[in-house]
Ligand binder design. Structure first.
Ligand SMILES: Cc1ncc(COP(=O)(O)O)c(C=O)c1O
Length: 397
C-alpha cells in the first residue's frame, strides 16, 4: 500500500525497538539486563493511584474539555508559578496525553512546509521526527561532551535563518543527562534574542536533578523571552506515571489555541481518570520524588564509577535525568568473534545478543560512538550489567 510521503523521513523509535527485542529475549527465558528503558522502575505513588480509583468510583469517566479540566489547568498554573517562577493563566495551558503529545501538537500548530527547528545533538530521538511529521526541517546543531553539552552560541547564530521557527531546549537532557547552567541559558538567550523564533523547553526531567542547584528554565534568566516560550512538561518521569499518559504545555495564547485545535481534531482530552490522578500528583506530597531522586543519585554514582573502571569505556557524570552516555569510541574498530564492530549499533547488537545487556546505541540520538544506558533498575542489576560489560570488552579482539 502506498503510504504518505511525509512518513518516508520517519524512523521508528530506536529505544522502543531495542526494548522490544530485549523483552522478547527475556520472554524466551533469557536473563537480560535491560539498561535501555526510559521509565522509572518505581511504582506510581499510592496517593496518586487512590485519586484515580476515586475518579472511577465517582463516575468521572466521561469526556472533559479538550485542554483539560479547569481544576487541573489551574493546578498546573500554580505548579509553574511555585516551582518555576513562571506565571500563566489557565487559558495558556493545555493538558495532553504525555509530554510527547505536547511537543507533537506544538510542531503541528507551528510549522509550515520547510520551516526550520533547531535541535541540539545529542537529542531525544523524537524531536527530529516530530518536526518532519509536521512538514518541518530539523536543523541539527552539534554540541560537545567537553563543553558539558552546552551549545556554542556562535553555532546557534550560524544555524538561525529566516525560516527558523523554533529552537528546542532539553535540560536535564535525554540522552546526555546534561544540565544547562545559568550562564549557558543566558548565552542561548543572547544568541536567539534578535531572531523571532519560539523557544520550546522540554522540562520533562526537571525533578531529576543531582546538582543540588534549583532547576532553571530559560524564562527565569531571560524574562523578556517569555512571550515566545513554550514550556512542555509532564508527570511520566517525576511521578513514575509513564503509562498514565499525562503531559502539559504552557505558552503564548495563540499557540496554545492552535495546539488545542490540533488536539480537538485528533485525540480530544487526556484520560479523565488520569487527569484526576494528575491533580493529586501536582498538589500532593513530594517526598516520593525526593526519595526516588536520592536513589537515582546513588545508582548513578555506582554505575558511572563502574563504567569508568572498564578499559575502553568512558562516561561523563550526568547532572540530571537517569541516563549514562558512555563513550565507546575506543572499542570501535575492534573485533568480536572475528567480526569488526564498526559503530555503536553493531556494538549494542553484540552486547545484547551474546552478553544479554540491552544498551541503546547513540547513533539515533545524534551521538555516534556512544551508547546510552539508563540507571532505572536495581543496584544489583546495574552491578550485573557492569560485570557483563567488562566481560564483553575483554572478549574483543
Ligand atoms: C526528553 C523527553 N521528552 C519527552 C518525553 C515524553 O514523555 P511522555 O512519556 O510523557 O510522553 C520523553 C520520554 O522519554 C523524554 O525523554
Amino acid at each position: 500500500m502506498k503510504l504518505a510521503r511525509r512518513l518516508q523521513a520517519i524512523k521508528p523509535s530506536a529505544t522502543l525497538a531495542l526494548n522490544a527485542r530485549a523483552k522478547a529475549l527475556a520472554a524466551s527465558g533469557k536473563d537480560v539486563v535491560v539498561l535501555a528503558a526510559g521509565e522509572p522502575d518505581f511504582d506510581t505513588p499510592e496517593f496518586v493511584k487512590q485519586a484515580a480509583i476515586e475518579a472511577l468510583r465517582t463516575g468521572f469517566t466521561k469526556y472533559t474539555a479538550t485542554a483539560g479540566t479547569p481544576e487541573l489547568r489551574e493546578a498546573i498554573c500554580r505548579k509553574l508559578e511555585k516551582d518555576n517562577g513562571l506565571k500563566y493563566a489557565p487559558e495558556q495551558v493545555v493538558v495532553t496525553a504525555g509530554g510527547k503529545q505536547s511537543l507533537y501538537n506544538c510542531f503541528q500548530a507551528l510549522l509550515d512546509e520547510g520551516d526550520e527547528v533547531i535541535v541540539f545533538a545529542p537529542y531525544w530521538v523524537s524531536y527530529p521526527d516530530m518536526v518532519h511529521l509536521a512538514g518541518g526541517t530539523p536543523v541539527i546543531v552539534p554540541t560537545r561532551e567537553e563543553d558539558g553539552y552546552a551549545p556554542d552560541p556562535a553555532a546557534i547564530q550560524k544555524a538561525l535563518t529566516p525560516r527558523t521557527r523554533a529552537l528546542v531546549l532539553n535540560s536535564p537532557a535525554n540522552p546526555t543527562g546534561a544540565v544547562y547552567s545559568r550562564a549557558t541559558l543566558e548565552a542561548i538567550a543572547d544568541a536567539v534574542r534578535g531572531h523571532d523564533c519560539l523557544l520550546v523547553t522540554d522540562d520533562m526531567y526537571e525533578k531529576l536533578l543531582y546538582t543540588g542547584q534549583p532547576f532553571l528554565n530559560i524564562g527565569n534568566v531571560a524574562p523578556d523571552l517569555l512571550p515566545r516560550l513554550l514550556v512542555s512538561n509532564g508527570l511520566s518521569k517525576s511521578h513514575a506515571m509513564t503509562g498514565w499518559r499525562l503531559g502539559y504545555a504552557a505558552g503564548p495564547r495563540a499557540l496554545i489555541s492552535g495546539m488545542q485545535l490540533v488536539q480537538d481534531q485528533s485525540t480530544s482530552n487526556a484520560s479523565s481518570i488520569t487527569q484526576k490522578a494528575a491533580l493529586a500528583a501536582l498538589t500532593g506530597p513530594t517526598d516520593t520524588i525526593t526519595s526516588m531522586v536520592n536513589e537515582y543519585r546513588e545508582r548513578r554514582d555506582l554505575f558511572v564509577a563502574g563504567l569508568n573502571a572498564i578499559p575502553g569505556i568512558r562516561c561523563r557524570l550526568p547532572e540530571g535525568a537517569f541516563y549514562a552516555m558512555a563513550d565507546v569510541r575506543a572499542l570501535l574498530g575492534k573485533t568480536y568473534k572475528g567480526r569488526p564492530l564498526a559503530d555503536s549499533l553493531q556494538l549494542s547488537e553484540a552486547l545484547l545478543n551474546d552478553f544479554l545487556v540491552a544498551a541503546v546505541p547513540g547513533d539515533p540520538f545524534g551521538a555516534p560512538g556512544y551508547i546510552r544506558m539508563s540507571f532505572v533498575t536495581s543496584r544489583e542489576v546495574l552491578q550485573k550489567g557492569l560485570t557483563r560489560l567488562r566481560d564483553f570488552v575483554a572478549a574483543l579482539g
